[in-house]
Design a protein around this ligand. Structure first.
Ligand code: GLP
Length: 265
């Protein structure tokens, strides 16, 4: 695992977008695991810019982490619609190769099983992008999610509904109380994981997730088990990390990061 700290959210999301673009160029048939949330918006904006400058998604496919239960895919607040608006309508994925769980499926267990099967049929996820919930969730794996859990329905915490209320007119009660989400075990099967966290609201949970013990009460802590997990944070989100100088030293010395370091840093 590595943690790279950037001065601000703009630089953190820019770095994440550049790494994703590199992976797509290295493997044009990359299977992307995609996330939603405010942190992702700027990353998708940059990927859309890069697409205008030639970044090609035509060989790629994607699987989103989660979707609210009860929202029609056409509802503007669904993750289906959000992903179309932020990314799918702005780059050149082949239609049918972007996958988002259906929160209106009549049989949610079957929907979850079929989604897992579709991920396997695509050859598994190559690069999984993650945000970090204030409860420590990845996807919608709220506290006590089994660290080997698979795609299934979950009840959201009041805190998560509050965190996502801005997308629902500011009203936490308008946020659906349940969601379908890839499991922690599903996420851990990705070949490579990139988690991005910005802003002071993430500072405490980021430190607990990555410098604290592995625990089902913070599903992001399970990422400590993953052999290729990169965390990108801005200064505000990194404020509570205790081993910070070592992480900076690694970023400055690892040859892999040379192309991403700013001149003079
Ligand atoms: C939602 C998503 C999570 C995401 C989180 C972060 O809860 N289901 O996958 O990590 O938002 O949100 P933000 O980036 O807005 O802080």
């Amino acid at each position: 695992m590595e943690i790279i700290v950037q001065a601000d959210a703009e630089r953190a999301t820019e770095l994440a977008a550049r790494i994703i673009a590199t992976r797509i160029r290295e493997r044009p048939t990359l299977v992307l695991g995609l996330a939603t949330g405010r942190t992702m918006e700027r990353i998708y904006e940059r990927l859309a810019d890069m697409h205008r400058n030639g970044l090609d998604f035509s060989g790629c496919s994607s699987f989103n982490l989660d979707e609210y239960i009860g929202l029609e895919p056409d509802s503007p607040r669904s993750y289906h619609a959000t992903m179309r608006r932020l990314l799918f309508d702005r780059v050149n994925f082949v239609p049918g190769r972007t996958h988002v769980l259906n929160g209106r499926a009549a049989d949610l267990k079957r929907e979850a099983r079929d989604y897992e099967a579709a991920i396997r049929a695509a050859g598994g996820i190559g690069l999984q992008l993650l945000g970090l919930g204030e409860t420590g969730h990845i996807g919608f794996n709220e506290p006590l999610s089994a660290l080997m859990s698979r795609t299934r329905d979950k009840t959201l915490t009041p805190r998560t509904r509050e965190q996502n209320a801005p997308f629902f007119g500011g009203d936490p009660d308008a946020v659906p109380s349940r969601a379908l989400t890839m499991g922690v075990g599903t996420i851990l099967e990705a070949e490579e994981i990139l988690l991005v966290a910005t802003g002071p609201a993430k500072a405490e949970i980021l430190a607990r997730a990555f410098e604290g013990p592995l625990t089902a009460t913070i599903s992001a802590s399970a990422l400590q088990l993953h052999p290729r997990c990169l965390v990108i944070a801005d200064e505000a989100a990194a404020a509570r990390l205790t081993n910070r100088s070592y992480y900076d030293f690694v970023f400055l010395n690892e040859p892999e990061w040379a192309p991403y370091r700013e001149p003079g840093s």
